[in-house]
Structure formats: C-alpha cells, structure tokens
Design a protein around this ligand. Structure first.
Ligand SMILES: NC(=O)c1ccc[n+]([C@@H]2O[C@H](COP(=O)([O-])OP(=O)(O)OC[C@H]3O[C@@H](n4cnc5c(N)ncnc54)[C@H](O)[C@@H]3O)[C@@H](O)[C@H]2O)c1
Ligand SMILES: [Zn+2]
Length: 331
C-alpha cells in the first residue's frame, strides 16, 4: 500500500480520523518506519477548526517533528484538509502524504493540494495550497464506509463529469445502479477517471487563478448550505443541492436548457442525492452567506454555472435575488 514510500530515516506523524484509525491503522503499520507517532482527531467536519489544528501542533511539538520529517494524513476529506493544513503550516511547511479512505477523498479531496480549516463565519476560509508528495488510494478501505458517505462521494464525481466530460456523465447514467451497489469495477473506473480530471485541471492552474475555478461548480451554494445546516448534511449532499440551485438559476437566466438541468437532476436522484432543504433555512440567509464565501471578488457573487454538459462558465454578476428565487427548487 505505502510500498515505495521510503521515509529515509525520517520520523512520521500520522494525523488520523480516530474512527478510521480504529478500523484500519493496522493496514498501514507494515509500511511505517519505527519512529512513528499517531495523532488522532474526532471524526467529522467540526474537527476542521483552529482548535483542532492547535491540538495537533502540540502533538507534533511533543513528538519533536522536525522540518525534514513527514506527516501522513489518514482518513477522508476532513483528515486531508485538516492534516494537510497542519503539515503546511508546521515549521512553515513539511512534507506530507495523503492516504484517502473515503470515496469523496479518493475522487476529489485528496488530489490538488488544497488544505483548509473552517471559521464560525464560513467554511474553508483559512487555508493554503500545499501539494502532498503522494496520494494513496486503496479501495479496500471503502468496504467499511457507510452508504451515505459513499453516495456523498458520488456527488463530486457527477460534478467533475458535468463540468469536464459529457461521456463520463453518460457513463454515470449507464452505471448508476452498479455505483449505488458499490460494484468493484465501477468504483475503480470511477476513481481513476476522477483523479485524471482533477489532476488535469489542477496541472493547468494550481493556484486557482483561472480554469481551476470550474471545480467550484455547486460549491458556492453548497458551502453556504453546509454552514447554515451546521454540517448536518454531508459535503457531497450539499454539493448536489448546490448544483441543483445553480442549474435552476442558470435555467432562469436562459443559459442552461431545462432538458439538461432535468437530466442532471435525474442522475443525482438515481444516485440517492436528492435531499430536501429544510424550510427553516431562509433563502435570504443562503444568499447572504454566499457573500462571505472565498469565491467572492470585488463584492459580486461569482458562480460557476454551466451552459450544458462540459460547458462551465464563470458568472460574476449574480444577484442575491436570483439566489433567493432558485432556492425553493430544492425545498
Ligand atoms: N481539498 C479539497 O480539494 C477538497 C475537495 C472536496 C472536499 N473537500 C473537503 O472534504 C471534506 C469531506 O470529505 P469526506 O466526505 O471524506 O468527510 P470525512 O473525512 O468527514 O469522512 C466522512 C465520514 O466517513 C468516515 N470514514 C472515512 N473513511 C472511512 C472508512 N474507510 N470506513 C469507515 N468510515 C470512514 C469518517 O470517520 C467520517 O465520519 C469536507 O470538509 C470538504 O470541504 C476538500
Ligand atoms: Zn467539494
């Protein structure tokens, strides 16, 4: 699994989701050097915090992790974002490897070098770009992943297909049942193609000054929903809802055909990703929160809308009223 990852006499600190460590740490041990320290954090999005990062820094200090040592993050997207952020900031940045154990991390989060923690004001507001030395994906880990988490990962895959690859979108339609039933061949194909798409986009624009922004399709609204719902819904579930709202908005603008919007909704529905947004969430609150999202430039809300499959378009003049009008489509 970590074959070929020679720690070269370096110490290794594993920053692991506690639940994942309990389930799978023994699978890593054959590949670890003798000098190894395990630092765990409680599972869940709430661990993407400065408080949790601080506690991990104390662990690194106690273990005397130095510049030339290494971090391994072990878990889903939260482990990668949090552990990557800690690795990026410890001693001004030390090397790290991501071992992805959730489908969402395998198809998206582990690739690309974005790390972050959340603030009470919003999600991922503090972070840095810090590329891992390697990303390790082993589908054996997924055997213990709860179905809801698995489906959440599929949302990011649909997003990649929608913005970049119409054929891959059609493949999802053809293999929807196999995916939901977690067919091994379908999962392997899915992970491979997603890593190709993400790596290709990131290779063209590592720091998100251009094309990388298309990966944020569904995310400006999705992040606002996650935050307003206090992280009760999964990240992928909110991304699916975010895509639906953004497609509704695009259709109302005449940018996206109703037929294409319906096709995407139908696929998300078959993949078990059509959550309903509670009516307690005020559309105006979603619109307001989009104003503190990182993807805001000069006060205007930027959304990555689509004209059709494989045709993303950055739109920078979205008004709060348009967002408010589109929200009821998911309530
Ligand atoms: N950096 C990026 O480019 C990027 C991209 C997409 C998403 N993200 C971030 O990723 C996070 C979501 O990732 P996630 O959905 O993996 O969340 P997560 O890391 O919280 O994992 C979801 C749940 O699954 C459990 N889990 C993980 N692997 C398991 C396994 N093999 N067996 C049993 N349980 C397992 C975890 O304990 C957790 O309860 C969000 O914070 C999101 O913002 C980052
Ligand atoms: Zn995402």
């Amino acid at each position: 699994m970590l074959n070929g990852c020679d720690s070269g006499g370096r110490k290794v600190a594993i920053i692991a989701d506690r639940h994942v460590a309990d389930l799978h740490l023994q699978k890593l041990t054959p590949w670890l050097p003798p000098e190894c320290v395990l630092l765990t954090f409680p599972p869940g999005e709430k661990s993407k915090s400065h408080a949790q990062a601080l506690s991990l820094y104390h662990g690194l200090a106690t273990a005397q992790i130095e510049r030339g040592d290494m971090v391994i993050t072990f878990g889903g997207g939260v482990a990668g974002d949090l552990g990557g952020f800690v690795a990026a900031t410890w001693l001004r940045g030390i090397a790290y490897i991501q071992v992805a154990t959730s489908l969402l991390a395998a198809v998206d989060a582990a690739v690309g070098g974005k790390t972050a923690v959340n603030l009470p004001e919003g999600k991922n507001l503090v972070g840095v770009f810090h590329q891992p030395q390697a990303v390790v994906i082993d589908t054996d880990f997924l055997e213990t992943l709860p179905q809801r988490e698995f489906l959440s990962g599929l949302a990011e895959s649909v997003k990649h297909a929608v913005i970049r690859d119409p054929d891959f979108f059609a493949w999802h339609e053809q293999h929807a049942a196999a995916l939901v039933n977690r067919d091994g061949d379908a999962i392997s194909t899915l992970i491979e193609r997603n890593c190709e798409i993400k790596a290709d986009v990131v290779a063209h624009d590592e720091r998100e000054t251009g094309v990388r922004v298309i990966l944020n399709h569904g995310h400006t609204i999705g992040h606002a929903l996650e935050h307003l719902l206090k992280y009760e819904l999964r990240h992928g579930e909110c991304v699916a809802l975010g895509m639906l709202v953004e497609n509704e908005l695009a259709s109302r603008r005449g940018l996206l055909s109703r037929a294409d919007a319906d096709r995407i909704r139908a696929l998300l529905s078959r993949l078990g990703l059509l959550q309903r947004l509670p009516h307690s969430v005020e559309p105006q609150a979603v619109a307001s929160l989009c104003g503190v999202d990182k993807k805001v430039v000069g006060g205007a809300v930027n959304l990555v809308l689509i004209r059709g499959l494989g045709q993303p378009e950055r739109v920078s003049d979205v008004t709060p009223a348009e967002i408010v009008q589109a929200i009821p489509s998911i309530q």
